[in-house]
Write a protein that binds this ligand. Structure first.
Ligand SMILES: O=C1O[C@H](COP(=O)(O)O)[C@@H](O)[C@H](O)[C@H]1O
Length: 246
């Protein structure tokens, strides 16, 4: 494990811990065990625990492993770090991914707060997400794109600065300007303000390409170029736990 401070835009202190795993299986199980430990910790001293999950192409195997953790899932609220402006039954939505990969085995008993619903405007969705975010998260599980985006905070997008500066936990964003957002330009994202209350933050990444992106981001230190830096801890916040494998 490597501890690092790098250029931390948020404050001083240990900003991250890098856990290097030898291969995919170890990465899957270590990440799942780490998330389960955070849930167990919150469940031991409060009635309910909140888990924030990302979508994308990376985390599904971790969620499938996490579903097998013997926790009191009936006391767990699962919510999303971000969502594309799609309904939960759309296979390209992050809700669909979480539903398909996590909500099985023991985790079937969890309560899943989807963001989007037929008839709700994006402003309503954000208002509801902000109301739910009053409950601090036991853990926020983040991903990172090859462009350095995390959640739906995309470098070069027209709404990035507004999301970074938001005092609300969630914001509606237009990701126009960043090709990494692909065709899903309208999105809802957790903001740095929303992330700051999480009791633990994990970043799950795989592959040499993403490791190189992470190292460039840490060396550069500019959160506008590398929104993943918004996830760094320090200054009293828990360090970001980065789980990586080749
Ligand atoms: O669009 C998104 O991308 C990121 C990273 O996804 P990946 O496919 O590179 O793993 C993801 O964390 C986020 O939730 C999602 O909306």
């Amino acid at each position: 494990m490597v501890d690092g401070t790098a250029h931390n835009p948020i404050g001083s202190g240990s900003a991250y811990a890098l856990h290097v795993h030898s291969g995919t299986d170890e990465w899957i199980w270590a990440s799942a065990v780490a998330i389960a430990a955070e849930l167990r910790r919150d469940l031991s001293d409060r009635p309910r625990a909140r888990l924030l999950l990302s979508g994308g192409t990376t985390p599904a195997p971790v969620y499938r492993a996490l579903a097998q953790a013997p926790l009191d899932w009936s006391r767990v609220d699962v919510a999303l770090v971000d969502e594309r402006w799609l309904l939960p039954d759309d296979p390209d939505s992050n809700a669909y991914l979480v539903n398909a990969s996590l909500l099985h085995h023991y985790a079937k008993a969890a309560r899943f707060e989807v963001m989007t619903q037929p008839g709700l405007r994006i402003e309503d969705v954000v208002a509801r997400a902000n109301a739910h975010a009053q409950q601090p998260a036991a853990a926020a599980v983040l991903g990172m794109g090859e462009d350095g985006h995390t959640a739906s905070m995309f470098p070069g997008s027209i709404d990035l600065e507004r999301a970074l500066a938001s005092r609300q936990a969630y914001a509606a964003v237009d990701a126009t300007g960043c090709p990494g957002a692909r065709q899903w330009l309208r999105r809802i994202t957790l903001t740095p303000a929303g992330l700051s209350g999480a009791h633990a933050k994990l970043l799950l990444i795989q592959g040499a390409g993403k490791r190189a992106v992470l190292e460039r981001a840490l060396a550069d230190g500019d959160v506008s170029r590398w929104p993943v830096l918004a996830a760094l801890g320090g200054g009293g916040e828990p360090p970001l736990q980065i789980h990586w494998c080749p």
